[in-house]
Design a protein around this ligand. Sequence first.
Ligand code: PMP
Ligand code: GLU
Length: 386
Amino acid sequence: MTLVSQRLASIQESPTMKISAMAKRLNANGLDVIDLGLGEPDFDTPKHIVEAGCNSIKAGDTHYAPTAGIPDLRQAIAEKLNAENLLEVTSDDIVVTPGAKMAVFAAIQALIQEGDELVLIGPSWVSYEPCVAFAGGRVIWGKVDENFMPEELAETITTKTKVILINSPSNPTGAVLEKNVLKEVRDLACDHDLAIISDEIYEKIIYGKEHISIGSMAGMEDRTVTINGFSKAYAMTGWRLGYLTGSKEDMKWVSRLLSHSVSQATTFVQKAGIAALHGPQDDMKSMVNEFRARRDMFVSSLRALGIPCSMPEGAFYVFPDVSEFGNGDVFSEMLLRNSLIAATPGSAFGSGGEKYVRLSYATSQLRLNEAINRIGKLLYQVRQKE
Ligand code: PMP
Ligand code: GLU
């Protein structure tokens, strides 16, 4: 028997978290599983950030802080958003959250109510749809072309549409939305009076393309909620630190939601966040260079094995088409059973993801080479049987 509410019972466990937990269990049982399932930088948090966090604990920053975040961090974030993202915000417009996931959850709860529709463009990160379901809303899936760019987006808009959520660079496809595409999204939002949620968590992990914040475009100031965080850019997944910004009025409600749920992001973690923003950025740059080298190697190796794979322009995932082997579910099961490789089936990312599998290259080149060898052997066996 379960006493759980219908709303919660409609939600599945996060597939990325589930697959990673399974890989860890198998490894603990002595199997050599290569975990390409979870999207988490394999680098350590830069030393000066760790030191700032430790010093803050030692200095006694172990008490409650303001719900929306400590003033110095909100100021540092506002300055970053002004300078890098051309968003005209002040520290009062920033709400700090325990991880960007909480920012996504809070933004969706704030904007979506029973019966509202939120548009997701093509395969999208696993947590968006459950957050919409929590709010009592519904996701409408926009189509994408072979480069994962939106197609016929206007057809997704109905009288119930409230939000279009964009995520560039994208998890899982690595696609980056260029200015002309963002303008199309902007025009739709303005014509139909919609809000935009822009999840920019992979902003820094981008290869030669320019990241543009849609909130900086004319007419978007008050209808955009911009989300970002420290997990990916500064290898701080376990610290849990993210933030969002939007209109003052909307941020007031988001802050209220936090005040009744998580209260705030951890106080000394916020001090580490200030060090991340104010300190040297070279660790991040070398991380991105390494991700780029891995991406190049991984994509060309998969293509050499005859697996069609688009070239991701950001984030740290490849999203190859594995329809030759049935679909992404079948292939990821084969990968785990035969090759001891954990991967996330494309179906976890919603409509349009079924024929793909997501492989995270946030792991050493040595392990990626080993993964390629194992995949090569698997393909040889499968193709021999045909
Ligand atoms: N958005 C996207 C697209 C992500 O991939 C992640 C990673 N989990 C998040 C938001 C949340 O990041 P975090 O909560 O670790 O800051
Ligand atoms: N964003 C990462 C992923 O998609 C981390 C796991 C999660 O938060 O879902 O794998």
